[in-house]
Design a protein around this ligand. Sequence first.
Ligand code: PFF
Length: 485
Amino acid sequence: MSAIELSKPQWSSQKVFILAAVGSAVGLGNIWKFPYITGENGGGAFVLVYLLCVALIGLPVLMSEVGLGRLGRANPPQAMANLAADFRASPLWSLLGLNGVLAGLLILSFYTVIAGWAMDYFVESAKGSFRGISGEAVGQYFSGFLANPWALLFWHTVMVGLTLAIVAKGVKGGLEKAVNFMMPLLFLILLVLVGWSAAQNSFGDSLRFLFAPDFSKLTWEAVLIAMGHAFFTLSIGMGAMMVYGSYLPEGYSITRASLWIVFADTAVALLAGVVIFTVVFGNGLEPGAGPGLLFQTLPVAFGQMSGGWFWGTLFFFLVVLAALSSAISLIEPAVSWLEQNWRMSRIRATLLLGALVWLAGIGTVLSFNAWKDVHLLPGRTFFDSLDFVTANIMLPLGGMLMAVFMAWVIPAAVRRKTFDLGLVGDALFIRDLRYIAPVGVLIVFASNLVESSLHRWIAVGVALALYALYAYNRSRYNLSIRPGE
Ligand code: PFF
């Protein structure tokens, strides 16, 4: 894994970047969210769409975002403003940075609630509560836990507090070291769990569920969720990677780093999926159980295996650490924006944002009990609504615009110098950025706007026509100001 490979002290900046970026990418999205949305959306076909989105949209957008950060050298709104000024584009591009600042805070408000569940499970596991536990008993424990808003609020508060403590101190201190050993260790535990799974009868069912696509189960909404998750899991589209990229010195390969990030992130998600569905099918549990899936399955696995108390406790501890290293990157764009553009001290900015995030998190806490039937968007609880709007709209929109900016605004010479992809690599990269990533996002967006299939194709046509118009104008403009590029 990247963290092992690149953590040998060579250039310290290279190491810092890769650790921070993998730490940001690998989190609850991989271990908690990927398995449960895969379960809800029918398995294999959904996984295939997700992998395609990661490869064709996620990777080029990740590279662009890091590149924009390195070229813009500031927090996301300011970096976009700098770049727009440098390369003669509209100052409105800084709104892209603001979209990210807002998305990060909204995501963090529910992220800390879920991380709190993992924290509770860490404590319960350490106490030995999961020894030999049955699927039914874990289910009961979990529903009892969710029904108690005070317990959720308590752990949410703890997680917000931990995140703030780390961010206020700056990322350089303890967390960096923690991430350094945590990533390999998390990977190791996942391998232990996969080894255990392989010995279970339901292992084959799990693999079939995840990797044998059944396209009849795929809906346009599932495609949107798969695409949104590609952005969420790679931490792209909101400026987290842009901030990290802004700390990156020249001469270090963004492409290589991005490939490692994508590889590590995807591996963790798939391994977690394999284990969780082995438990699901082995114990007659429901793959579509929703956000509780991880918490209703893994204790059963740990409860049955030898040394389960040790592995289980360690596992939930690592989930908490993985969540923390993602949480700090969710708030970092906002913190650095307040610091740099509003001249606030780091501590003050952190406290202010922390208070907002904590308050908004109460909505998520109540979504699982008192406000179970309160809907913000039609048919969706407060938590579901936040999750939907951020992962499926704000991040893909942000990421698409980053691709567009890299493709149509940044001059070719600057792009080539930034990524150093070689002739063929650059040709593939720019074509993906121009014709695949934005078009893919637009098609998925437009298809979800309307229900009926005729109107769907009209919406897709209109979206693509508008994009073609923009691209045509932009390339004429580029020709007029930079002949020969
Ligand atoms: N990538 C993180 C995860 O998979 O858990 C979540 C995340 C972190 C999303 C940072 C976005 C972000 F900027």
